[in-house]
Design a protein around this ligand. Structure first.
Ligand code: 5AD
Ligand code: FES
Length: 352
């Protein structure tokens, strides 16, 4: 078994591809004795493509209003226990300025699907940031919108868009998203690519009912889509959702998905997510060692932090932006990596 796993890892390292059957075999055959083979190959691939740099993005969670009802998510519209907030344009700009002072050059504006932030408002915010810092990157993460909306925001200067596909298994997707449309989600990702954004897809690991076969669908999906970024983190239950009593995704399962993703897409930008850091103290460090090369510390004002509650036990909700900035840099340095505060564009990408 071990020999076969080693061979599969070598094949993946060399060709950046495996069949569905091989991926299933690999994931099912990974154990404590052979997982280092996979992690080491993923690390080697990352070093060859990006060196030992870990890119930093400043995250601004600017609205927790959301019209959707994803069963796993704490800001779902049905959650009436949540104190909802929206940052004003001025507050958002203040977060960006604060980020700039701390050395950032990428700002991620993330929020629920909030109709208040229509195209006009988003364009205004994007233009305001780009006119202050034209060289810096603006990333949006505000869910499904029309092609025209994505295009307007791109033309206003937005550079990147994060829209996790959440799970590539249609059956599981439909179970998790009672009001969702799988085909539309996938269409949005292709639209974003066509428009010219650097696109981030991604999925959760350990979702209720998720199987190895479902995870392999995620891997095959991202291999086909070739996103510039891919956010992978554990599912974590939230007390005010139907999944309150479910278990969170396992650290090792996330690490294995990160490593395989690095090997399938050597140039991908791969965050060591906050959710990964939330299930284990050294989660993000382990993610980085397995091929992750991005971190997204929080720049949101401290008084709204705990309201952006996607899942419980989220780290950093009480820490000022400057503290997270320092803490994460130390953590990265302690495992032999260096932070990079540049834009950190995907190696495959040039703005058209
Ligand atoms: N556990 C882990 N991740 C979650 N997200 C939303 N809810 C949860 C949860 N309960 C993730 C989704 C979303 C991203 C912003 O946060 O993948 O795309
Ligand atoms: Fe926020 Fe460590 S990264 S406190």
């Amino acid at each position: 078994m071990c020999k076969v796993i080693g061979e599969l890892v070598e094949k993946l390292y060399k060709y950046n591809s495996l069949s569905k059957e091989e991926l299933i075999y690999l994931i099912k055959g990974i154990n404590d004795d052979n997982k280092e083979l996979l992690i080491e190959a993923a690390n080697r691939t990352r070093i060859e493509h990006y060196g030992n740099k870990v890119y930093m993005r400043g995250l601004i969670e600017f609205t927790n209003y959301c019209k959707r009802n994803c069963k796993y998510c704490g800001i779902r519209v049905a959650n009436k226990n949540l104190d909802r907030y929206r940052l004003t344009k001025e507050e958002i700009i203040q977060c960006v300025k604060n980020g700039k002072t701390l050395g950032y050059s990428t700002y991620v504006l993330q929020g629920g699907e909030d109709s208040y932030f229509d195209d006009e408002k988003m364009v205004e915010i994007i233009k305001a940031i780009k006119s202050m810092y034209p060289q810096d990157a603006v990333t949006l993460s505000i869910g499904e919108r029309s092609y025209e909306s994505y295009k307007k925001m791109y033309e206003a200067g937005a550079d990147r868009y994060l829209l996790r596909h959440e799970t590539a298994s249609r059956k599981l997707y439909e179970r998790l998203h009672p009001d969702g449309d799988y085909d539309n989600r996938v269409r949005c990702l292709w639209n974003l690519k066509e428009i010219g954004y650097q696109v981030g897809a991604g999925f959760m690991v350990g979702l209720p009912g998720q199987t190895t076969e479902d995870l392999v669908e995620d891997l095959l999906f991202i291999k086909k889509l070739e996103p510039h970024m891919c956010g992978i983190g554990p599912f974590i239950p939230h007390k005010d959702t139907p999944y309150r009593l479910e278990k969170h995704g396992r650290l090792d399962d996330v690490i294995i998905m990160l490593a395989i993703t690095r090997l399938l897409l050597p140039n991908v930008l791969l965050p060591a997510t906050t959710a990964l850091g939330s299930i284990s103290d050294k989660g993000r460090e382990k993610g980085i060692k397995a091929g992750a090369n991005v971190v997204m510390p929080n720049l949101s004002p401290i008084n709204v932090r705990d309201k952006y509650s996607l899942y419980n036990n989220k780290i950093c909700t009480g820490d000022e932006a400057a503290e997270c900035r320092r803490c994460i840099e130390n953590r990265i340095n302690n495992i032999g990596f260096d932070i990079d505060l540049g834009r950190g564009d995907n190696l495959n990408w040039t703005r058209g």
